[in-house]
Design a protein around this ligand. Structure first.
Ligand SMILES: [Zn+2]
Length: 165
């Protein structure tokens, strides 16, 4: 699968969530960077990103305009979960969340995004680690449990797949 198709497929769920639940329109674009290790930038749609950063506080300190993501790792058949679509959906969603919260805050809106339906007014759902197990069968990993790419309540049981807000 080409990197462009991977980018489009794996960014669609989080971009859909932000579009359906806020007035923000975000986008993820490839970023060519000779140094600094930036592979992609999460930014407002229609605005060309110029200053991707790893941490949102740098929006205030350095006038950043986008969140940096690392280049996507290659999928490794011997290491289930590493660099697969679910992994990328989660990585991108975390960047989308960072930018969405920053922009909502800048616009004077509630920056608790996405808000947890189980705890209204409490906290945002988060992209927590994926639970996954597999066993080796004749040198080939066979996946047992895979929690998938979810928005998860940090304090309770609620979770919902990224792309279904
Ligand atoms: Zn909650």
């Amino acid at each position: 699968m080409s990197q462009d198709v991977r980018l489009e497929e794996c960014s669609a769920p989080a971009l859909l969530d932000v579009a359906l639940t806020t007035r923000l329109r975000l986008q993820v674009s490839p970023w060519q960077d000779g140094h600094g290790g930036v592979g992609y930038a999460v930014h407002e749609a229609g605005a060309f990103p110029r200053r991707p950063v790893w941490e949102t506080f740098l929006f205030l300190e350095e006038g950043a305009d986008s969140i940096a993501l690392h280049p996507f790792p290659a999928e490794d058949p011997q290491t289930p979960g590493h660099g697969d679509s679910t992994d990328l959906v989660m990585t991108i969603a975390a960047g989308v969340q960072d930018l969405a919260q920053m922009l909502l805050w800048e616009h004077g809106k509630d920056a608790t995004w996405p808000s947890c339906p189980a705890h209204p007014g409490g906290h945002a759902l988060r992209v927590l680690s994926r639970r996954m197990s597999w066993s080796m069968n004749n040198g080939v990993p066979v996946v047992g449990e895979d929690s998938g790419a979810n928005w998860t309540c940090p304090e309770g049981d609620f979770r919902t797949p990224i792309g279904t807000l």
